[in-house]
Design a binder for this molecule. Structure first.
Ligand code: GAR
Length: 221
């Protein structure tokens, strides 16, 4: 049985990952309650999305703060006021300072549109596409002091097709993001995430779905 986990979601843009989390809560598959959505961008479409659900939205505009620490302190205040246990970064395009990381140790998740540690940082889908990798994907991980360097919780592999454009690849990666983020939060709600060294183990999971993948196919070897 899972506890219902109180989450706060940090966004900067369109909020499709936010939407996937809302949808999974609404259909009863994700045991979470969104206490607040914080956007650093007053124009983020994510803020429009939450209106019809009555989810509180707060704008904390980084441009109103003199330092990254004071910006982070304001967000910490909001999250604590809203009794948030788990912080979920969903397309949040600011780096967190140690002040924030210490306030929520191992309780900040991030999603990244690449198979970490490949293509850390911005424009990950474009850089993977231009590099010519045969597989890319997405990663949910805990945040740490680095850029996209924290312990990996779950990854999805997405093959790159010959006729892909940057956009079609990004779109297929995004569809997998919408599956693995609710799953990662649900593992958390079920108390199944365990940190061993820098590795995450999910209690009760043995092995993985599927075996090695090849792209293009390995023919007769
Ligand atoms: C997603 O693809 C997410 O992985 C990416 O921003 C997009 C946000 O989309 N995040 C990063 O690149 C963080 N480094 P959304 O606002 O529609 O969820």
């Amino acid at each position: 049985m899972a506890n219902v986990v109180d989450i706060g979601i940090l966004v900067s843009g369109s909020g499709t990952n936010l939407q996937s989390i809302i949808d999974r809560i609404e259909d009863g598959r994700l045991d979470a309650r969104i206490r607040v959505v914080i956007s650093n961008n007053p124009k983020a479409y994510a803020l429009e999305r939450i209106k019809k659900y009555g989810i509180p939205g707060v704008i904390v505009d980084h441009r109103d703060f003199e330092s990254r620490e004071s910006f982070d302190l304001k967000m910490i205040d909001v999250l604590r006021d809203c009794q948030v246990e788990l912080v979920v970064m969903a397309g949040f395009m600011r780096l967190l300072t140690p002040v924030f990381l210490k306030a929520f140790p191992m309780r900040i998740m991030n999603i990244h549109p690449a198979l970490l540690p490949s293509f850390q940082g911005t424009h990950a889908q474009r850089r993977a596409f231009e590099y010519g990798v045969k597989f890319s994907g997405c990663t949910v991980h805990f945040a740490d002091e680095g850029v996209d360097t924290g312990p990996v919780i779950i990854q999805a592999i997405v093959p790159v097709l010959d006729d892909d454009t940057e956009e079609t690849l990004a779109d297929r990666i995004l569809r997998e993001e919408h599956r693995i983020y609710p799953q990662a939060i649900q593992y958390y709600a079920e108390g199944r995430i365990e940190l061993v060294g820098r590795k995450i183990k999910i209690k009760g999971i043995e092995g993985v779905a599927g075996g090695p993948l090849h792209n293009p196919p390995v023919m007769g070897f």
